[in-house]
Write a protein that binds this ligand. Structure first.
Ligand code: HMG
Ligand code: MG
Length: 302
């Protein structure tokens, strides 16, 4: 049967906003995070400590986290943030943050475009970053991008994804989030990839699935993940999102779509749907356009 309970890993403030062209005020980002927590989302990835020139929208990461810590204390220190390298980790450690995520590419081209590194040398950047994070007692999540296809390289063999993923686990990642960066995954492919990890000795308890909804397959892909036993799913409130360094990446799976779907299956998630819808509707006002999520559009009242 399907799992009884699922963890929704909210990435709206990070993946959702990182691609927005118009700069969102830090106070609005803080309110976004607060509202998502209030809606019962158990994990909210708040921002990225990446190079501010690479992702200008998140250049205020330290300011945002400082404000949230002042307000929420340790609750804010538990919010995960992305750190690509030691410089990013230092910035997170300075604030006493407890959960970081590194992000690897399964392909050569995207490693170069997103991290300015080769497929191999990205791990040389993660190795000391993760070693120091673990030594400081932090939790490290490892993302792998382009797990189901790459806009420049096309098909990505499952063995290549498993190789990248197991390298992150060997470096000490607690959880691996398998990213369909450009939204080309299908349910059959999800089943194959999760099985390939199992064959390599990586159980479903260590995996999370991260879908973008470019081809409208994200929920079908979640269903394939549930059937395989995966219990953590990344999603973004309102379906915001995309990666600035991935051609044709569009919005993430909308948190509201995921909540509606899980509720329909009787799977516990602990999230208040109306609270997330209200938040996305409010955010859409700030961004100046409606949410792409069908569930938000169906439920939002003006
Ligand atoms: P680089 O230019 O090779 O960096 O960029 P470098 O190591 O050569 O350093 C150059 C300068 O940048 C130095 O300063 C560093 O201190 C500074 P200088 O000495 O010249 O004055 N620097 C930094 N400053 C602040 N924070 C930092 C930092 N690092 C270096 N962390 C780098 C390499 C990795 C930094 C760059 O490529 C980068 O920031 N990339 C991030 C791209 C990104 O954020 N992409 C989106 C997230 S991934 C994603 O969305 C996919 C995901 O959602 C899953 C999925 O959907 O598949 C996770
Ligand atoms: Mg993503």
């Amino acid at each position: 049967g399907l799992p009884e309970r699922v963890t929704i890993y909210e990435v709206g403030p990070r993946d959702g906003l990182q691609n927005e062209a118009t700069s969102v005020p830090t106070a609005v980002k803080a309110e976004f995070v607060r509202r998502l927590l209030a809606a019962g989302l158990p994990v909210v990835e708040a921002t990225s400590f990446v190079h501010p020139k690479w992702v200008p929208q998140l250049a205020d990461a330290a300011e945002l986290m400082t404000g949230l810590i002042a307000e929420l204390g340790d609750r804010a220190r538990e919010l995960p943030v992305l750190v690509p390298n030691e410089r990013g980790l230092d910035r997170a450690l300075d604030l006493g943050l407890r959960h970081v995520a590194v992000f690897a590419s399964a392909t050569e081209t995207f490693a170069q475009k997103n991290l300015n590194r080769t497929l191999d040398s990205q791990f040389e950047m993660f190795e000391p970053t993760m070693a120091r994070a673990l030594e400081a007692g932090l939790d490290v999540r490892g993302y792998v991008s382009m797990c189901f296809g790459d806009p420049w390289e096309g098909a990505v063999p499952v063995e290549q994804v498993v190789r990248a993923g197991t390298r992150l686990l060997d470096l000490g990642a607690k959880q691996l989030s398998l990213g369909d960066t450009i939204g080309v995954a299908t349910a059959g492919h999800v089943k194959q990839l999760v099985a390939a990890f199992s064959d390599a000795g990586v159980g479903v308890d260590r995996l999370a699935l991260h879908f973008h909804d470019t081809y409208g397959q994200a929920l079908a892909n979640v269903h394939a993940g549930l059937q395989a036993g995966v219990t953590t799913y990344d999603a973004s409130a309102g379906g915001l999102g995309g990666c600035p360094y991935a051609k044709s990446a569009t919005g993430n799976l909308a948190t509201e779509d995921l909540v509606w779907f899980l509720t329909g299956l009787g799977i516990e998630h602990g999230v208040d749907l109306a609270g997330v819808v209200g938040t996305s509707h409010w955010m859409a006002g700030h961004l100046g356009r409606p949410s792409p999520s069908a569930v938000v559009r169906a439920l939002a009242t003006t």
